[in-house]
Design a protein around this ligand. Structure first.
Ligand code: SF4
Length: 180
């Protein structure tokens, strides 16, 4: 089995619905996406060190991502009762995090230097220390989002042969590992 196929299999075995490896120079980055973070619909803006503005300037983050040659992109898809199923959405998020953690266990052994990105703000701590204006508790473990790095995730999904939305009463989350 080719090395790339093995990485995709690691994702599927960990619970991902789909996974794909894309060259980083094909990832659609868009600095203008930062304005969506600034609208703060998710409530993380300025309340999570792995999110804007704390995470840094768009240009610098895009340049940092481009230092890696490839990205292992994966998605989890979880069924929920309906669009008001808040508990189901939280379970979907937790399921995604567990899959990402499992993948990370393998990636850590394979690469000395890589960048993990996830869905939404860093969830290493139950409440991010930025909320209480304290320093980040685990700077080595903090995980940022694809969106914070200005990736256009809906376009990226298409380039990775994935759907951004996977039908009624489902929740889809994306994650990525950038490596050389
Ligand atoms: S590790 Fe904890 S304190 Fe640091 S960014 Fe993540 S949630 Fe916030």
């Amino acid at each position: 089995m080719e090395a790339d196929d093995r990485l995709v299999k690691i994702c599927i075995d960990a619970g991902a619905y789909k996974s794909y490896i894309i060259e980083t120079d094909k990832i659609p980055f868009d600095e203008n996406l930062r304005s969506y973070c600034e609208m703060n619909y998710c409530g993380h803006y300025g309340k999570n060190y792995a999110c804007p503005p704390g995470i840094g300037e768009s240009k610098e983050l895009i340049a940092k991502a481009k230092e890696y040659k490839k990205a292992l992109v994966f998605q989890t898809v979880t069924e929920i009762k309906d669009s008001f199923d808040f508990e189901g959405m939280q379970e979907a998020q937790s399921r995604h995090t567990k899959a990402a953690d499992k993948i990370n266990e393998h990636i850590r052994k394979l690469f000395d230097n890589y960048l993990q990105l996830t869905a939404g703000g860093c969830k290493v701590c139950k409440v991010c220390a930025q909320v209480d204006d304290k320093p980040c508790k685990f700077p080595d473990k903090a995980i940022s989002s694809l969106e914070a790095y200005c990736m256009n995730v809906s376009t990226l999904a298409g380039l990775c042969n994935m759907k951004y939305i996977n039908g009624q009463n489902t929740v889809t989350f994306f994650g990525a590992f950038l490596f050389n």
